[in-house]
Write a protein that binds this ligand. Structure first.
Ligand code: FAD
Ligand code: NAD
Length: 474
């Protein structure tokens, strides 16, 4: 890329919080020369979440599904400042955001937050996503693995291999081997289902060859509090998933609630309300999302307008109700749409169009001011002013955001996927099986934002097909 224009003090400051689906989709279409753009996120990369369960089971390497944010911003016409930091406070009255960088000391563990800075924004795009919901259930944070960030997937993979290697240690009792090899996944939403399917593939494709003596002792249980898994999919796809899991020997326990997670067991409330303590080696917690503290704090500053406990309320143009210059997108908002990547990405792309329009409006308003200031009473000047006034009024109106659902897709293991696809204007096409799996693969490859990531993911898939997954423990 050639040299970029520097920041221009006469332009407005556009601050984007986050580098996930919403923020990255905005950056991909944003015309940055109109603004001084700052991206603030504790992650200096975009994470392609749909393929995270594949990293957890070693099908894909972690680096294949992330893209540094600077890969996007370096191609923009004007310089975009990327800051690796977390927003700790947003003041919607004075239009400022405070953020703090991470502090590492000879370790990869974050030691704390340092160098807190406050900056002013003209526009703020609030796209910080959500965090894992634990419902304050005892032992979840201490003893379970999450499935939200790249770290989580890497930790889960290590934990899984720990269990397998410990079970392979000579002289273990059968009881202990069974415990170590019992993998419990909590949450029958798409994350829990996809992860269970991927765990099963790992077992069938690789562990059976590398640890033949253990393969038959491995057990996967999926626990769901509601009466069925995948409530967002159509009934026939739920049935298909349940029968595929049954054939794969993945046990689904519905109407069963996790009450506590201990170091070596999980406490379940069964459908008949009795309580059972089940020994296990690993628990993966995929029980949904909740708001981040910084979002709760921001909402608390606008108590009259922000009353929805699910998230930030926005108007039809995604402006945060009650806040001047703030747009909110993705999982941190409460809208009529599901908290998905598909929604966040469309919202981000929509905001890029909004910012283009706002920049055009500002340019026209400036031209209008200049034209009005000219001391000239000629008909020509009057016509110019009226023409500009009409144009300003036209760009003033922003078209509301409209979501277009492209369908729901999920991988369920055993080379099978399920898909609910919109069919013409009102119908729905539900498909499942191996062909759908090939569709899943090609759809996800095409959704990866960069050619580089597509090449890395495709190479990983080929490597695993030829050589199997790597079972060495780092
Ligand atoms: P995110 O993508 O989570 O991005 C939030 C960003 O904000 C991150 O960069 C984060 O680091 C940053 N951030 C956090 N705190 C701060 C702070 N204080 N200040 C500044 N920045 C901050 N959806 C689908 O549609 N299809 C799928 O197949 C699918 N699969 C999924 C699989 C998994 C395992 C998971 C966990 C989710 C999946 N989803 C899927 C859901 C999808 O990932 C989310 O809906 C989507 O990420 C929401 O986008 P977002 O931009 O709101 O948040
Ligand atoms: P989710 O909220 O969809 O599912 C969590 C499940 O955990 C719920 O069904 C809930 O009943 C259950 N649960 C909660 N507490 C429990 C407990 N104590 N014991 C037992 N079960 C409990 O969460 P998710 O699967 O992480 O999905 C989050 C969002 O991301 C959703 O909008 C989803 O559509 C989207 N997503 C989509 C895909 C896809 O399209 N392939 C994949 C992953 C995620």
């Amino acid at each position: 890329p050639g040299p970029q224009l520097p920041h221009d003090p006469s332009k407005k400051n556009l601050v984007i919080l986050g580098s996930g689906w919403g923020a990255t989709s905005l950056l991909n279409s944003l015309e940055a020369e109109d603004y001084n753009v700052f991206v603030i996120s504790p992650r200096n990369y975009f994470l392609f979440t749909p393929l995270l369960p594949s990293v957890a089971t070693g099908t894909l390497s972690p680096r294949s599904i992330i893209q540094p944010t600077r890969y996007v911003t370096r191609h923009m016409k004007r310089q975009v400042t990327v800051i690796e930091a977390s927003a700790t406070d947003v003041d919607p009255i004075n239009q400022t955001v405070t953020f703090a960088g991470k502090y590492f000391q000879n370790t990869s563990e974050v030691q704390g937050l340092v160098s807190s800075t406050t900056m002013k924004y003209d526009y703020l795009v609030y796209a910080v996503g959500a965090e894992t919901q634990t419902f304050n259930i005892p032992g979840v944070r201490e003893n379970a693995c999450f499935m939200k960030e790249l770290d989580d997937a890497e930790k889960m993979q290590r934990r899984f291999l720990d269990c397998v290697e410990s079970a392979a240690f000579p002289g273990q009792s059968k009881e202990e081997v069974d415990r170590l090899l019992h993998m419990v996944v909590v949450g029958g939403g798409p994350t829990g289902v996809e992860l269970s399917g991927e765990l099963h593939d790992f077992l069938e494709d690789d562990l059976r060859s590398w640890y033949p003596e253990l393969a038959d002792s491995i057990k996967i249980t999926l626990v769901e509090a509601l009466p069925s898994v995948l409530p967002m999919f159509s009934k026939q796809l739920i049935d298909y998933t349940e029968s595929t899991f049954k054939a794969a020997k993945i046990e689904i326990m519905t109407k069963t609630m996790v009450k506590e997670i201990k170091e070596k067991s999980v406490v379940l409330q069964m459908p008949d309300r009795t309580v059972a303590e089940v020994p296990c080696g690993m628990v993966v917690w995929a029980a949904g999302n909740t708001l981040r503290q910084v979002t709760r704090d921001l909402m608390a500053k606008l108590p009259a307008e922000q009353t929805n406990r699910r998230g930030i309320s926005v108007d039809e143009s995604l402006r945060m109700n009650g806040a001047q210059g703030v747009f909110a997108i993705g999982d941190c908002t409460a809208t009529s749409y599901a908290p998905t990547a598909q929604v966040a990405a469309q919202e981000g792309a929509y905001l890029a169009r909004v910012f283009r329009q706002l920049a055009r409006r500002d340019r026209l308003a400036e031209e209008l001011d200049d034209a009005r200031r000219v001391p000239d009473d000629s008909a020509e000047r009057k016509a110019k002013v009226e023409g500009l006034e009409r144009q300003v009024a036209k760009v003033e109106k922003i078209r509301p955001f409209k979501y277009s659902h492209q369908g729901s897709l999920a991988y369920i293991g055993s080379d099978k996927a399920i898909a609910d696809l919109p069919f013409f204007s009102s119908g729905n096409l539900a498909t499942a099986g191996v062909a759908t799996y090939l569709f899943w693969r090609s759809a996800y490859l095409s959704k990866l934002f960069s050619l580089r990531n597509r090449a890395l993911v495709a190479t990983d898939w080929i490597k695993v097909k030829i050589f199997g997954r790597d079972v060495s423990r780092e």
